[in-house]
Design a protein around this ligand. Structure first.
Ligand code: NAD
Length: 259
């Protein structure tokens, strides 16, 4: 029943979008994929980001290391073309990227601009859908697609503002994609980590208070690390998890169950 290959990513390939540095949630996931034996493709957003991501990619001995700004036409497609050339297959793809313009992120949702809302939605949600479409034809033997969400998708979190509805759309897209791609053996999930001190998180107002209250209220009494998030993410890509799909999995010490 428990075939060892069901619990390994040996011979499997994984694409990771969203490493900014060694504090990134995507880095925690990349480490977990690597530990289970996967070959990795890691992207960096632009030249400015490259010098922070390169040492991480080197340490993880990635096969593919390429730029990918999901807003730049052709860059995501080029990553998939490199995957075709190097691997000819894809087993897992992680989308761990989000963005909202500061003026929109720091204001009320009611005051958000159509441009700011649209940009946040495009980078943080629709690019996951584009990634799924490109991955579909490369996942010949099925696979797993994973996006990073947050509790603010489900409940109002003071200061999460327009990212709440954007993450809600992301979680809903996960369910629709799970429905559409399930017959091809492709599973789709959202992971919802508790607050982690990363570069993206530093753009949120009152983030330290959020971390403090998350640690205090969570039944496990502590914050999740990027390694905790990575372990849960990697588990979902394993064959043992083949009948789990369309879920939002919280890695938050149980914070989300509290009333
Ligand atoms: P991070 O700053 O390390 O990563 C964010 C990444 O998004 C960066 O690598 C950045 O380059 C990338 N990005 C932004 N715009 C992009 C674009 N146009 N094209 C390509 N890449 C782009 O921060 P993080 O906290 O690790 O964020 C990763 C994901 O986790 C995000 O979706 C975030 O919303 C989510 N998340 C974070 C927390 C937290 O507390 N840090 C909690 C729950 C969910």
């Amino acid at each position: 029943m428990f075939d060892p290959s069901d619990r390994s990513l040996e011979g499997k390939t994984a694409l990771i979008l969203g490493v900014a540095n060694e504090n990134s949630i995507a880095y925690g996931c990349a480490k977990a994929f690597k530990a289970l034996g996967a070959r990795l493709a890691i992207t960096y957003q632009n030249d400015k980001a490259r010098r922070f991501v390169e040492p991480v990619a080197e340490a993880l001995e990635t096969d593919i290391f390429m730029p990918c700004d999901v807003q730049k036409s052709g860059e995501l497609e080029a990553v998939f073309e490199a995957i075709d050339q190097q691997w000819g297959r894809l087993d897992a793809a992680l989308h761990s990227i989000a963005f909202a313009p500061k003026e929109d992120l720091h204001g009320r949702l009611a005051d958000s601009s159509p441009e700011g809302f649209g940009l946040a939605m495009d980078i943080s949600c629709h690019s996951f859908i584009r990634m799924a479409r490109l991955a579909e034809s490369r996942m010949h033997e099925g696979g797993t697609l994973i996006a990073m969400s947050y509790y603010g998708a489900e409940k109002v979190v003071h200061s999460y503002n327009l990212m709440g509805p954007v993450k809600a759309a992301l979680e809903c897209s996960v369910r629709y994609l799970a429905h559409e791609l399930g017959p091809k053996g492709i599973r789709v999930h959202a992971i919802s980590p508790g607050p982690v001190k990363t570069r993206a998180a530093s753009g949120l107002k009152h983030f330290d208070e959020l971390m403090e209250s998350a640690a205090k209220r969570a039944p496990r009494g502590q914050l999740a690390s990027i390694e905790d998030v990575g372990a849960a993410t990697a588990f979902l890509t394993l064959n043992v998890a083949r009948l789990i799909t369309g879920e939002t999995i919280y890695v938050d010490g149980g914070y989300h169950i509290m009333g």
